[in-house]
Design a protein around this ligand. Structure first.
Ligand code: DOR
Ligand code: ZN
Length: 357
């Protein structure tokens, strides 16, 4: 059995820099025609020169796949000239409240003070992407931020505001209340709850921000994704950290899901009889919401079991060691792949491992 997807898009992705970028980027480029790339590097991607250099490094890391990195600038109180100059090079500006997640120390402290910049974004037609969490009790952080989304959606009705990686049923209600809001949802928040993270033995590889929530929240997100809610986009938030940063006291937040995204999505949608809606969820909604035209690629998945490698380099992937039913056919290889991590463990180069002889 075969499943064809036209130009799948990952609308929220952490690609990192340096060796980690080289390691992880091919997993995304193999299966997706493009991705929205997060700017939370150290230092953040907050100027055009840095953004262009980062984009070039990504282009190098994803070659020769046809893959568009849709770049974002880290939110600052930019002036109009700066934003106007950046507009053609970015898909949006990403706002992090100060300190809410990995590499957000330079995020926004005063959420009231950003509105002058939001006025500019609205005027210039630049979307605002938001990590919407407060500094409150961990399970309530997203809910506590929802009034901020509502306020901005009302005050800036022509600004497209993307609620990144929503994790609650309440967030879906806010999404439905304002036509200028859109949202992304991750694969892991469609599959796991807090019980998977901390209900039994602690699983650091499932620890992320926002934390996975209750079964009722997961089920509401799942229902919205499975029906391809028109303002909900797939965004993996795949966020690799080396194993020593995960299997540690002070575990870093992030789930490295890039190697398994489409296989697990296909399995989820197939098991609910919703495969017909997968195309909209992983591509068409995002194209419409952002008005983008990604490279025209057809990604083929075949129904053929494989086992997710325990490691991809020094990063542990989501579902490590588990058997999945679907796999992506690598357009650069003659046969379907059993996961690029396996190739890396055999010692081939991290770039485009399956094209090695
Ligand atoms: O779990 C997360 N990891 N959430 C984020 O918001 C950032 C990300 C990262 O960069 O590691
Ligand atoms: Zn993220």
């Amino acid at each position: 059995m075969e499943l064809l997807l036209r130009s799948p898009l990952d609308m929220h992705l952490h690609l990192r820099e340096g060796a980690l970028l080289s390691l992880v980027a091919p997993f995304s480029a193999r299966a997706f025609a493009g991705a929205v790339v997060m700017p939370n590097l150290v230092p953040p991607v907050d100027n055009l020169a840095r953004l262009r250099a980062y984009r070039a490094a990504i282009a190098d890391a994803v070659a020769p796949y046809a893959f568009t990195p849709y770049m974002t600038l880290f939110f600052r109180p930019y002036d109009e000239a700066t934003l106007a100059a950046a507009r053609a090079a970015i898909i949006g500006v990403k706002l992090y409240p100060e300190g809410v997640t990995t590499n957000s120390a330079e995020g926004v402290r005063d959420l009231e003070a950003v509105e002058a910049t939001l006025t500019l974004l609205e005027r210039l037609g630049i979307p605002l992407l938001v990590h919407g969490e407060s500094h409150g009790f961990v399970l309530d952080r997203e809910a506590e931020f929802l009034p901020v989304y509502a306020r901005w959606a009302e005050r800036f009705p022509r600004l497209t505001i993307v609620m990144e990686h929503i994790t609650t049923a309440a967030a879906l209600e806010v999404l439905d209340a304002y036509p200028n809001l859109a949202a992304t949802v991750t694969l892991h928040h469609l599959l796991i709850t807090l019980d998977d993270v901390a209900g039994g033995l602690l699983n650091p590889h499932l620890f992320c921000k926002p934390i996975a929530k209750r079964p009722a929240d997961r089920d509401a997100l799942r229902a919205a994704a499975l029906r391809a809610h028109p303002r909900l986009m797939f965004g993996s938030d795949s966020a690799p950290h080396p194993v020593e940063r995960k299997e540690a006291a002070g575990c870093a937040a992030g789930v490295f899901s890039a190697p398994v995204l489409l296989p697990l999505l296909a399995g989820l949608f197939a098991s609910h009889g919703a495969l017909a809606n997968l195309q909209a969820f992983v591509s068409d909604n995002a194209r419409r919401i952002y008005g983008i035209t990604p490279p025209d690629r057809t990604i083929t998945l075949i129904h053929k079991p494989w086992t997710v490698p325990e490691r991809c380099g020094d990063v542990v992937p989501f579902y490590a060691g588990q058997r999945l039913e679907w796999q992506v056919v690598d357009p650069l290889a003659s046969a379907a792949i059993a996961g690029p991590g396996a190739a890396i463990q055999r010692g081939s180069a991290p770039h485009n491992p399956d094209a090695q002889p």
